[in-house]
Write a protein that binds this ligand. Structure first.
Ligand code: ATP
Ligand code: MG
Length: 366
């Protein structure tokens, strides 16, 4: 997957222009608040979802303008393709290869990218729900059925929690809890099995990238912390049995809290660097390197699945990384088209193969 040209009109603070990126690394360089992230965000929109900064469509239109238009020429599926996104305050129009489409979701079939932005550091810094979300979102891209498994599981959890609260007042309802536990164990086992399977696949490339970034000085470990004692060597049936046992054992506590305290919705991922917790003891640079390695591994798995390398968008990753780590990202992530934003002039001089774009008050110059 390669972006050959990107045209933007009335988009954020960017002056109307068409840029022609290198198919290797593109350094987007400029001072703060000049439009570097806006450019990455424009490319990301071609993946078919929302802005990675959580912006609403209206906020993407240049102040005082009535619409924005983005057009991209890209190489994908062994051919040149084009896509266009127009948003005019009331409606979003998508055109792929000059054919109108009635939904942005068609874009996901032709274009893909992986983005790293500083907010992704929450993957290490914040609580378990962020890590579960990361894992679940990655698996959704690989297994079409996974999203519906998750929503079914959450539905049963809500019903079980409602029942737990009722049991507090009506003890006779205790009998009915096992019905929910059985269905929860069935769906929960499918979810856990998919998570184990994805983690197994992603660990090796993530470790390889982390060794590369850290110049072989650090070893990354990613482990699954299961509240039900299930592990990656268990069959789906064994996981289901362990979940049933865990639900039964936690019943007493759950009656009191009115909440299901064990299961995939309470699990976590343990990220370690050189054997110690990255969250508790990792330096800024180490944490950044670990998240980057996991993101690059996500790209690698997408490539293995689709036979097409996604475009890699790296927003503000270079700060807090030492020279050799910066060098890895700028010059050693081979075969991928990379867009990387930075504020330091020295970074553009480190680049060996690719292009530098200078962003100055919304104007982009090569
Ligand atoms: N809809 C819009 N219309 C016009 N300007 C906008 C719009 N949305 C955002 N901007 C402006 O775009 C500017 C640049 O934003 P951007 O986040 O791309 O900067 P940046 O170059 O990545 O800076 P930093 O190095 O601090 O991350 C902001 O100052 C903001 O005021
Ligand atoms: Mg920025």
């Amino acid at each position: 997957m390669k972006v050959n040209a990107l045209h933007f009109e009335n988009y954020r603070n960017l002056k109307d222009n068409t840029i022609h990126p290198s198919d290797k690394v593109n350094v987007i360089y400029g001072e703060n608040a000049n439009g570097k992230t806006n450019l990455l965000e424009a490319i990301w929109l071609f993946c078919g979802g929302h802005s990675f900064r959580g912006a609403k469509e209206n906020e993407l239109i240049q102040f005082d303008k009535g619409f924005y238009r983005l057009r991209m020429d890209f190489f994908s599926g062994e051919r040149e393709q084009t896509a266009q996104i127009i948003f005019d305050k009331s409606k979003k129009s998508i055109r792929i290869n000059e054919v109108d489409k009635n939904s942005s979701s068609y874009l996901t079939e032709v274009f893909s990218a992986v983005v790293f932005s500083p907010e992704h550091l929450s993957l290490i810094k914040r609580g378990p729900n962020v890590r579960r979300k990361f894992l679940d979102a990655a698996i959704c891209q690989h297994r079409i059925r996974y999203a519906s498994m998750l929503s079914k599981y959450n539905q049963i959890i809500n019903q079980r929690n409602a029942l737990l609260k009722d049991i507090y007042k009506h003890k006779e309802l205790k009998e009915t809890l096992s019905i929910w536990d059985d269905s929860l164990a069935v769906v929960g086992a499918q979810i856990l099995s998919e998570r184990f399977c994805y983690l197994k696949e992603m660990i090796e490339p993530a470790q390889k990238y982390h060794r590369g970034i850290s110049n072989d000085r650090e070893e990354l470990e990613i482990g699954y912390l299961s509240t039900s004692k299930a592990n990656e060597n268990d069959s789906v049936d064994e996981i289901r049995e362990k979940l049933s046992k865990a639900f039964l054992e936690s019943r007493h506590e759950d009656y009191h809290t009115g909440y299901t305290s064990v299961g995939p919705h309470r699990d976590d991922i343990d990220i370690k660097i050189n054997g110690i917790s990255a969250r508790k003891f990792g330096s800024q640079g180490q944490q950044r390197s670990a998240v980057l390695s996991m993101k690059l591994s996500e790209a690698q798995l997408l490539y293995q699945k689709n036979g097409e390398r996604p475009v890699i968008l790296l927003d503000d990753v270079l700060s807090e990384l030492d020279n050799s780590r910066q060098d890895f990202l700028l010059n050693k992530v081979e075969d991928y088209q990379v867009f990387v934003t930075c504020c330091e002039e020295s970074n553009k001089e480190q680049l060996q193969r690719g292009k530098v774009f200078y962003v100055d008050n919304g104007e982009i110059r090569e």
